[in-house]
Write a protein that binds this ligand. Structure first.
Ligand code: ADP
Length: 370
């Protein structure tokens, strides 16, 4: 997504204070990929969304978003992925009611976005949130809480709770100009929770953070899941996405190229079978080849790498039994979300090569990851 151009530079100021506090104890033990609280009701619905822009130089129309449809259930953490220029920001702007679709329908919590009732129940965290630097974290959270109309006592309690939740209790009274990027991101998350939102939109929440801040923010996202909030997460940090998201979609040049559950996408098409006592004779090797498998021998151990579908797996196990070898382990191979992302973008690129409206964008630009 495009950077928030209004954001101040952060993290390199002099006199920064570093916080080593983690998020509050309540969330420190949240397990990765713990059960989500996804319910059957849709939090976000996008049907056949199209948004076109006119290129000011070439005067040509570009489909920034080209007929996408998806649904995110309440309580789900949904990863909205894609290389730069894929159409993520445009989609999120439509979901926030900041732009109008050329065609198609978008709904948040069952209603058209942009009306005040919906705005009160959602929040958006930009990649580099902007804050008045002379204010302290507590003051800024109090200030935003006042914009939501919370009464002063409630406001102060909520500010203290949120500052503590994001691990800034000891730095809460210091001016924000002294904060590192990671600390400002924590303030941004606290701010995004002021209105107790049901649906959150996070843009690159962990980009540019040091490993500790990074892990803390990831833990907080997992905590939000346990609270049953819905999170629409745009991120290039694919290892985070793999860890925290229930489902993802991969957008490329305005189209959804892949969508599914993370645990299903990362299961590779292969299985590794460890066997003892299988003599790798030419007959055995030929039989394995006929089944689309190959073997690697290491002493008495044999590793058979075959296809993961049930039929192929059963045929391989039958072969092992027939040769009276000992089956030690059967392990499905996993791919990373990064492998899947790159493969999907490359496939999209090949198709885009067949002269689409986007053909002018270079491959390097399309694959650039912020
Ligand atoms: P992403 O967030 O995935 O990087 P964007 O939604 O920002 O992608 O952009 C998708 C496409 O739409 C890009 O080709 C971009 O140049 C174009 N685009 C986005 N906003 C505008 C705009 N206001 N005017 C013209 N083109 C735009």
């Amino acid at each position: 997504m495009a950077r928030d151009k209004s954001s101040p530079s952060t993290g390199a100021q002099t006199g920064e204070v570093e916080s080593t506090e983690g998020f509050s104890g309540a969330i420190s033990s949240v397990a990765a990929n713990g059960a989500s609280a996804a319910s059957g009701e849709a939090a976000i619905e996008i049907k056949n969304l199209v948004k076109r822009y006119r290129n000011m130089i070439t005067r040509e129309w570009v489909n920034a978003v080209n007929d996408i449809s998806l649904e995110v259930k309440q309580g789900e953490i949904f990863g909205f992925l894609g290389p730069n220029g894929a159409g993520k920001t445009t989609t999120i702007k439509a979901l926030l009611g900041l732009i109008f679709p050329d065609s198609g329908v978008v709904k948040v919590l069952g209603q058209a976005p942009g009306n005040n009732e919906i705005k009160a129940r959602i929040s958006y965290l930009p990649e580099s949130p902007y804050f008045y630097e002379h204010m302290s974290a507590k003051e800024i959270i109090n200030f935003y809480a006042s914009l939501f109309g919370l009464d002063p006592r409630e406001r102060s309690k909520r500010a203290d709770y949120l500052i503590d939740l994001v691990g800034l209790a000891s730095a809460g009274n210091k001016p924000l100009r002294a904060f590192s990027k990671g600390m400002l991101q924590r303030v941004g998350i606290a701010q995004s929770l002021i209105n107790d939102p049901k649906v959150l939109f996070f843009d690159e929440p962990t980009s540019g953070l040091d490993p500790i801040a990074h892990r803390d923010i990831r833990d907080l996202i997992l905590h939000l899941r346990t609270e049953g909030r819905t999170l629409f997460l745009s991120s290039h940090q694919l290892s985070d996405v793999e860890l925290v998201c229930d489902r993802v979609s991969i957008l490329y040049r305005g189209k959804i190229r892949k969508m599914g559950r993370v645990d299903e996408l990362v299961i590779g098409g292969n299985v590794e079978i460890l066997v003892m006592g299988l003599d790798p004779t030419p007959t055995v090797t030929a039989e394995l080849t006929a089944l689309g498998a190959k073997l690697e021998q290491s002493g008495r151990d044999t590793l058979i790498i075959g296809k993961a579908d049930i039929e192929s797996k059963n045929a391989l196990i039958d072969l092992i039994r027939r040769y009276k070898a000992q089956l030690i382990a059967v392990t499905p191979t996993r791919r990373t979300l990064e492998d899947i992302f790159i493969e999907t973008v490359r496939e999209g690129e090949v198709e885009a090569g067949e002269a689409t409206k986007f053909a002018e964008a270079s491959t390097a630009e399309a694959l650039e990851v912020k």
